[in-house]
Design a protein around this ligand. Sequence first.
Ligand SMILES: [Zn+2]
Length: 211
Amino acid sequence: MRCRLCGAEAAEFVSGGAGYGECPVCGYIGVEPSRLPSPEAEEARYRLHRNSRSDSRYVSWILEFVEAVEPYLRPGGELLDFGSGPEPVPAALLRERGYPVLAYDPFFAPGDDWRSRAWDAVLVHEVAEHLAEPGAALAELAALLRPGGALCVRTRFPPRDREAFARWRYRMDSTHVGFFRPESFAWLSARLGLRAALVEPPDRAVLVRPA
Ligand SMILES: [Zn+2]
């Protein structure tokens, strides 16, 4: 199986009855290609997500990420919320903090305007684990960063132990098709000419374009 982050040959294994490939180069773990969901199945699953501003636990969980990445944001900088979902709570919270934010989502906020612009930061909040071709998608986003710009990613790092991985609930969401390790972000930074400014368990990474 090809690693969809770096293109190397991944080592195949089975966990909980499902096939995966673990990359010896970048550490990314991808589901076998036959388990990549159709766009229709993906959209149906996302519509079941209930991520609302009225859910205070959800909002504090988002705030925790916003506060972790804010030191890497230029005050008032222009942000892209890539894969914003049905209710873009991170975008709303960042707007309140004075950042102009464009929310893009292939299903819920489609359009191509974001591709022809440069950004001070791109948020990839609980999105990277859904990307069918993460290497290509993250390279495209990194190329849109202004000097000093930040790629801010939230995605849960998988347990290293195989038995813990088999029991890991995050793995069981049918739209979660790949998992990043801290070393995946180190590899990605080197590949994209970025600096890994923050890589912190359980789920966050900030990669910065040198000024
Ligand atoms: Zn790889």
